[in-house]
Design a protein around this ligand. Structure first.
Ligand code: AMP
Length: 317
């Protein structure tokens, strides 16, 4: 790990490498963790642009809000396997929070995050202050249409405008070939794909599988807020989705029946307060009467004061 002052070491070590040679060299390095590449930490747009001007392609981008866990780590690993340069961003984006309190209490520990990112072998961390993302006078919002409206869009008004706006800025600044997002936030992936397509941004959006704790709870930065009792209750979220998936695989196609299955499982846990359960079209996110195409079972549940989301694709293949 180095500060941005040490950036020259990074630049020198890569200035003559072709992309292909670089990827091959990186693959070799992955089995020699003591010889990890230097990870530089940058704060400003100017520093980021300068570093990227010299960076070998393809460039992979992993946007995060920090408080990294194994889900983030899997995204970085995927980028590391596919791209010559890996950029991880850490920015807790106030525009995507509905409640100020949720933003304020969002967990933050940059030193811990940087250690995880360095161990994962990313090349660049961009961890900007607010003004580097939203400079004074910033006055634009990106609003994605239909796919951003139901589910999280309905439950958290303005949330996806904040997400689409900050990701559009990151895509524009980094000019990545690929960007990696978690399937845990399935609607977010769809919103970002729509945004990138509509704004003609040439970054390919890669969706990566949800990484879970051994008991099935999806890793989430918010899990840290769960008390021991709440943590013990939280896997009910996964149980509800597995029940819907199993019913679907056993032949159940009625949307109402699948939604009822999830509600029944959630009702067994007194600490679970259901925000929504959904069985929707996997492309449009319109609620389905019958799952006669690829579907997405998803839910949002409060366990105590902590709101958690998860989902499962319903597909026969
Ligand atoms: P966040 O820091 O919560 O904004 O998440 C950053 C990225 O990590 C997003 O693309 C998330 O979808 C992804 N992510 C969060 N949790 C998981 C998980 N359990 N498995 C895979 N990806 C995840």
């Amino acid at each position: 790990m180095t500060s941005c002052a040490d950036r020259s070491r990074w630049a020198v070590s890569r200035s003559t490498a072709t992309s292909e040679r670089h990827v091959a060299a990186r693959r070799e390095r992955r089995v020699r963790p003591d010889d990890r590449p230097v990870t530089v930490v940058l704060r400003t747009r100017t520093e980021l642009r300068a570093a990227l001007a010299e960076a070998p392609r393809p460039i992979g981008l992993v946007p995060t809000m920090g408080w990294l866990h194994d889900g983030h780590r899997a995204l970085i690993d995927k980028a590391r396997a596919e791209d010559a340069t890996v950029v991880v961003t850490i920015f807790v984006n106030p525009r995507q929070f509905n409640a100020a309190a949720d933003y304020t209490k969002y967990p933050r520990d940059e030193a811990r995050d940087l250690a995880i990112i360095a161990a994962a072998g990313a090349d660049i961390v961009w961890a900007p202050p607010f003004d580097e993302v939203y400079p004074p006078g910033f006055d634009t919002a990106v609003a994605v249409g239909a796919v951003a409206r139901p589910l999280e869009g309905a439950a958290r008004p303005g949330h996806f405008d904040g997400v689409a706006t900050v990701v559009a800025i990151l895509f524009s600044l980094v000019g990545a070939d690929r960007a990696y997002f978690g399937q845990k936030d399935a609607q977010q992936v769809m919103v970002i794909r729509q945004m990138a397509r509509d704004l003609a941004i040439g970054t390919t959006v890669v969706a990566c599988p949800t990484i879970r704790e051994p008991d099935g709870l999806a890793f989430s930065s918010r899990n840290v807020h769960l008390s021991p009792g709440e943590r013990a209750a939280a896997p009910v979220i996964r149980h509800a989705l597995v029940a819907a998936r199993d019913a679907y695989l056993a032949g159940e196609r009625a949307g109402d029946a699948l939604r009822a299955t999830m509600r029944q499982v959630l009702a067994t846990e007194p600490l679970a307060d259901v925000d929504y359960v959904s069985v929707a079209d996997g492309v449009t996110l319109a609620e389905l009467q019958a799952v006669d195409r690829v579907g997405l079972a998803s839910l949002a549940v409060r366990i105590g004061a902590t709101r958690l989301i998860d989902n499962e694709i319903l597909d026969r293949t």
